[in-house]
Design a protein around this ligand. Structure first.
Ligand code: UD1
Ligand code: CA
Length: 451
């Protein structure tokens, strides 16, 4: 069955107390709504519609950075979840199949849960709602069941005393045939305690038309929605817990799991060892057998197998370490390839560069890649030896097997196998040191007398 996805993200998120739209706050290094989108993508939807309202432009921009094909539906006034879904009608014109509605602020819905809903649809239920047994049903909508049939969803504000005793609650996730969905929405009114168009009302309307509805359930954790910074922090903790568990399960050693932070898309190979206090930003892949030593920070980076990173290394977007490369303490690498077995071990900045295999980059080396206006490339050939404290003023090439003397400022290309020295000649004056010390001592005494 063809599927389409609607993600609701128009709400203001007042309790975030923020200028940023709620769904743009980050969880696992990506905007909150990207999690719901990713859950939905496991259904391989033909179309995806994001309903935006508060901060519409910014949210739409962020969505298009993730996937340029996402359709954006504007809900200029937030008149309720039913009204929000109705805004997707145009974007779904001509689509036939199942529509799933997810919330942009609800990040943990699992693919398996959506599959279970799909199965319930295939069994002939016109409307399938995702419910959960709530520990504290609080202000959630309640699912009124009759055996396996869902007869209606009643919102907290509209519920009777008896209905409030129901602990089976509405997660907000719903699956309906597309044509049926928009027909039902046409019949939804806003005559209720909130004066809103409730998406939840489609259940009772479907039933009155002889259509069947049912609920599929999942653990409460999965339906966790984010409304405040405290809830966002709790969700981040939960996300990290799950990511750590998954890494351990996949054969990654975490020496102190609670101190390692993953991003949404971090990929770590088997037998990688991650020491304490390591942070992964978005876009990192680490291949089998690599070691990420303590206090390293990585984003947008590929680390080859058996490579060693850190301690205290910073790998920024575009850093590509080939297998067996070594990047040591207080080294920053950005948009640069470090060849197989090459070493950049101490106190170095490598930006916009290519380092050939087996090259050795001495302590304190800097690729001077930026003149305040433009960035330039540095090329270092295989097995070259860059002496400590070399300034490589880009654009510049050091050929394979070449050597630069320590302290050199390299402004011109160095041919393969050449030795380049770009530093002042050393002068030695025999016996001059004691005379100099004597001079310093006298100067100090004279200054004291003068005071
Ligand atoms: C909704 C459900 C409730 C369920 C709860 C689960 C309805 C009427 N109620 O209540 O049964 O238990 O979620 O969390 O559906 N949104 C829009 N446009 C709007 C209104 C909402 O995009 O006009 C979005 C919000 O940004 C949010 C989601 O829809 O992501 C849910 O809205 P919210 O106001 O939080 O609904 P609840 O009152 O919590
Ligand atoms: Ca809510």
């Amino acid at each position: 069955m063809a599927t389409a996805l609607i993600v609701l993200a128009a709400g203001q998120g007042t309790r975030m107390n923020s200028d940023l739209p709620k769904v743009l706050h980050e969880l696992g290094g990506v905007p909150l709504f990207a999690h719901a989108l990713a859950s939905g993508q496991t259904l391989e939807p033909e179309r995806t519609v994001l309903v935006v309202g508060h901060g519409a432009e910014a949210v739409a921009k962020a969505a298009h950075e993730i996937d340029p094909d996402i359709a954006i539906a504007d809900q200029t006034e937030q008149l309720g979840t039913g009204h929000a879904v109705a805004q997707a009608r145009l974007a779904l014109e001509g689509f036939e199949g199942d529509v799933f509605v997810l919330y942009g602020d609800t990040p943990f819905i699992r693919a398996e849960t959506l599959e279970a809903m799909e199965i319930a649809r295939e069994e002939g239920n016109a409307v399938v709602v995702l419910g959960f047994e709530a520990e504290d049903p609080g202000r959630y909508g309640r699912l009124v069941m009759k055996g396996h049939d869902l007869t209606r969803i009643v919102e907290f504000k509209d519920a009777t005393e008896d209905e409030l005793d129901i602990t089976l609650c509405n997660s907000g996730v719903i699956c309906v045939d597309s044509t049926v969905l928009f027909d039902l929405l046409d019949a939804v009114s806003n005559e209720n305690a909130s004066g809103e168009y409730y998406l939840t009302d489609i259940v009772e309307i479907a039933r009155s038309r002889g259509l069947s509805a049912t609920a599929v359930t999942c653990p409460e954790d999965e339906t966790l929605g984010i409304n405040s910074r405290a809830e966002l922090a709790d969700a981040e903790a939960l996300f990290q817990d799950m990511a750590r568990g998954e890494a351990l399960e996949n054969g990654v050693t975490l020496v102190a799991p609670e101190t390692v932070f993953f991003a949404f898309d971090t990929v770590i190979g088997r037998d990688v060892v991650i020491e304490p206090n390591v942070i992964f930003g978005p876009g990192v892949t680490v291949e089998t057998g690599a070691r990420i030593r303590a206090f390293s920070h990585l984003e947008g980076t590929h680390v080859g197998g058996e490579a060693v990173v850190g301690p205290y290394a910073r790998l920024r977007p575009g850093a590509e370490l080939d297998a067996g490369a070594k990047v040591g303490n207080f080294v920053e690498i950005k948009n640069a390839q470090v060849g197989h077995g090459a070493k950049v071990n101490h106190l170095t900045y490598i930006g916009d560069a290519t380092i050939g295999e087996g090259a050795n980059i001495g302590a304190g080396t800097v690729t001077c890649n930026y003149n305040g206006f433009e960035k330039f490339h540095t090329e270092i050939g295989a097995n070259a030896f860059i002496g400590s404290d070399t300034m490589l003023v880009a654009p510049v090439t050091v050929g394979a097997g070449a050597i630069t003397g320590s302290g050199s400022v390299i402004t011109r290309d160095v041919p393969a196998d050449a030795l380049a020295l770009g530093r002042a000649q050393q002068v030695v004056k025999d016996g001059a040191a004691p005379r100099l010390f004597e001079l310093y001592k006298r100067n100090k005494e004279n200054r004291k007398k003068g005071e």
